[in-house]
Design a protein around this ligand. Structure first.
Ligand code: GLA
Length: 769
């Protein structure tokens, strides 16, 4: 039963006085520039003059601002809250209140497409952001504005919260907007609270519902699969709904990542056009709906995928949705992506402002075929190369069903006695003696049907008891909705760290999707099976949270059979991610290019492997535009390759600060040109590194046809350009003593002279003082 029955009018009346006192809670993100009370009172004044008193008293304007952008929310004549503006910030912020809201039609059939959180079951007949069934079985929901406030978290970060309530049922939704002022990034989420006396059921519970004004929208989204991640597609959005989603349970990034771009009016380029970059910070099923409405505006609804995910909320309980992260730029994709990089390194990625370890991994060098002695030999190779660490990959564990291939052993996390008779401790000791740190691979969320864990704890496994099992890479997923399983997964890592306190790195893998989504735990607990997809991710985050509480700084790589799991939900616990198992350098140029719109280079693990037969220099140069690592047998390198690699590790050290903490500028797009060029420059524009790669071997011009115009330099400064990472025995065609102005380099440019004989060219740009 409804807790309180009121007509809309009564509800309004009751909240009117309340609202007029709560009209000015907004505190500006930048107090000097903007006074919220001015907006609130001027809204009142303006509307007092132009409309009736009751309308004036019910209109509240809430700007959500960053340094350059604003989204403005405003109540309509029925107390519903809509988005009336999204885009560049106005110089005079008091003028927001005067933005005409053509969507707030005062007729009974007002469509209010611009709702900032569209409820289902009452006035709304389009795609909802929130849909619930009340305790009494009623399926209607209305949300009216009650109050809002903005708290200053620090000089740069504000948190605006807006409380909406159902006039009939005791349910409320609080919308949160966390603004990162300088980075122009907003993280938005909602909290749904059940104030009823019994449980309610939520069918849809989105994180955000944006409303973008324009006439034409272009959506860039991605598709992929194993070894073929991040393939971009750009569509002109027509009327109706275009949805991007994942139903894989784990590995949300595998087929269609949640990262996307929306260009306004025409496809944005690197430096021009209005563009929104966004993604859901959630490592499980998600859904993004892009709906062009009858005003030609775009509604974006982003959240957990409602598919098979009805969620029960007990009396008094709250549900916090994952964050939807977005940034907007008036100056193209380049600026928008730098916004995300600045935000991620400062606020999201673990140790984003720190440094990273270069490493030698044994996966492609040995696969499962290794033993203690072979590994100790590889440590020496790591040292010879000059990298910081050796990373031991899959295959080191399980005894009853040894992990000698990918068909057995997952879940039995004891050292394999045959391969490693002296255990991990011995390897850590030997690595230390060889002068390198030691890291290890785990895949703790998974289980092989051929394992002792499976034999002992079938009830810990996600499976339909009476149906045949379906495997992905011969394995199944553990039920992380179960707290006992969470303890087990935490224990795998905790035991490794406790036994080996100097363990320096973890590669956390996740190779299977969830088939037969059924949880013995939820069944026993009397909870709906439809909570499994959500509770899985919550369980995973609980484990990672606990791990980070005890081991806050150990670097961890987020891996998922390549790039099957890359998102800002997981990356708060990880220092880096593995973009793809495909390490062919040409393929990687394209993938790394696309990932770079959303993630900073410091997080991208780029390894040099023998996957491709392209020259070692080319493979190395491609790896250097992120976090460099190796996956080779050093002893098999010929003399020149070894000499080159040793020099490359040293060169990488000298430029890593630019790659990890500089600003990324994309110069020549490989999707449209025979070469790819991009550069990183430091904050004071005194240094930069420019990467140039040949990507087209079919049509091979004799040299780069035109100079490449640089960006991110100071026009007034003078620079020299020197080629680095030159292969032994070859010479550079770039004249290092020529002095150029920044103006020249950015207007005329410099020809890196890329051709078949020089397929990759790294240029270091230094200010001449
Ligand atoms: C996944 C990872 C690889 C490697 C293997 C080990 O495929 O992406 O890098 O770790 O697992 O089985």
């Amino acid at each position: 039963m409804p807790t309180k029955k009121m007509t809309d009018k009564e509800w309004f009346h009751q909240h009117l006085s309340d609202r007029s006192t709560k009209l000015i809670p907004y505190k500006s993100a930048t107090p000097k520039k903007f006074n919220s009370s001015t907006v609130a009172w001027s809204t009142l004044l303006l509307l007092f003059v132009t409309t009736s008193i009751s309308f004036a008293q019910t209109t509240v304007t809430i700007p959500v601002e960053t340094e350059k952008n604003a989204m403005v929310l405003q109540t309509d004549h029925e107390g519903r809250l809509g988005v009336i503006y999204f885009g560049s910030k106005l110089a005079n912020t008091t003028e927001y209140a005067g933005i005409p809201s053509q969507y707030n039609l005062k007729s009974d059939n007002a469509p209010t497409y611009n709702s900032c959180y569209t409820p289902a079951g009452t006035w709304n007949l389009i795609e909802p952001a929130v849909q619930i069934t009340h305790a009494d079985g009623n399926m209607s929901l209305d949300l009216k504005y009650v109050s809002s406030e903005t708290k200053k978290i620090d000089a740069n970060v504000n948190l605006t919260s807006v409380l909406l309530k159902d006039p009939l049922y005791a349910n409320e939704v609080t919308l949160y907007y966390k603004t990162y002022y300088k980075e122009n990034v907003v993280e938005q989420w909602s909290v749904i609270k059940n104030g009823e006396k019994k449980a309610i059921h939520m069918q849809k519970y989105a994180s955000a519902n944006l409303y973008l004004m324009g006439n034409d929208f272009y959506l860039t989204h991605y598709n992929g699969t194993w070894g073929n991640e991040m393939k971009p597609e750009e569509d002109h959005l027509s009327h109706g709904i275009k949805s991007i989603d994942s139903k894989l349970g784990t590995r949300a990034n595998l087929l269609e990542p949640s990262a996307f771009m929306v260009s306004f009016d025409k496809p944005a380029t690197e430096d021009e056009g209005k563009v929104l970059l966004g993604q859901l910070a959630w490592s499980g099923n998600f859904k993004l709906d892009f709906e062009v409405d009858n005003y030609n505006n775009l509604r974006v609804i982003a959240g957990i995928n409602p598919y098979a995910s009805e969620y029960q909320l007990a009396a008094g309980q709250e549900f916090t949705t994952p964050g939807f992260i977005y940034t907007f730029s008036n100056n193209g994709k380049g600026e928008a992506s730098r916004n995300l990089h600045h935000w991620a390194t400062k606020y999201r990625l673990l140790d984003g402002e720190g440094s990273r370890l270069t490493l030698l991994n044994n996966w492609e060098a040995t696969y499962f075929d290794f033993d203690e002695n072979k590994l100790v030999g590889l440590f020496k190779g790591a040292k010879k190369l000059g990298v910081d660490m050796f990373l031991l990959d899959d295959g080191w564990f399980a005894n009853k069903y040894p992990r000698n291939g990918d068909t057995a052993g997952l879940g039995d996390w004891q050292e394999n006695k045959k391969k490693l008779p002296h255990g991990i401790g011995y390897l850590v000791k030997e690595a230390t003696a060889a002068g390198v740190k030691f890291g290890i691979w785990v895949e703790p969320e998974m289980v092989s049907p051929k394992s002792e864990l499976y034999e002992k704890h079938k009830d810990w496994v996600i499976r339909e008891i009476d149906r045949p099992e379906k495997y992905y890479r011969h394995q199944l997923v553990l039920d992380l909705s179960n707290p006992t399983v969470q303890n087990f997964v935490y224990g795998v890592l905790d035991t490794l760290f406790t036994k080996n306190p100097t363990l320096a790195f973890i590669k956390w893998d996740c190779n299977a999707v969830i088939y037969n989504a059924h949880s013995a735990y939820l069944q026993k607990a009397g909870l709906p099976q439809s909570q499994l997809y959500v509770d899985y991710v919550k369980g995973l985050y609980k484990v990672l949270d606990r791990l980070r509480a005890k081991y806050p700084t150990v670097p961890m790589m987020l891996c998922s059979g390549g790039g099957g799991r890359v998102d800002y939900g997981a990356l708060q616990f990880f220092t880096e991610y593995w973009p793809s198992d495909n390490t062919d350098p040409v393929e990687r140029i394209f993938m790394q290019w696309e990932y770079s719109y959303f993630y900073p280079a410091i997080a991208s693990c780029n390894h040099i492997t023998d996957w491709s037969k392209l020259p070692l220099k080319f493979r190395t140069d491609v790896a250097m535009m992120g976090k460099m690592g190796y996956d080779i047998v050093v002893d098999k390198l010929n003399e020149k390759d070894l000499q080159f690699s040793q020099q490359a590790v040293t060169n990488y050290r000298s430029i890593s600060d630019l790659v990890w903490h500089g600003d990324l500028y994309r110069l020549v797009n490989p999707n449209k040109n025979p070469i790819a060029s991009l550069m990183f420059s430091n904050t004071d524009k005194s240094r930069a590194i420019v990467f140039n790669y040949l990507v087209n071997t079919r049509f091979m011009p004799s040299a780069t046809p035109l100079p490449v115009q640089l960006k991110g330099l100071d026009a007034a400064k003078k620079y020299t350009v020197k080629e680095i990472n030159v292969y032994p025995g070859t010479s550079s065609s770039i004249q290092p003593s020529t002095v150029y102005s920044g103006n020249f380099l950015m207007t005329v440019g410099i020809n890196p002279d890329v051709h078949l004989g020089r397929a990759s060219v790294l240029l270091e740009v230094n200010e001449v003082k």
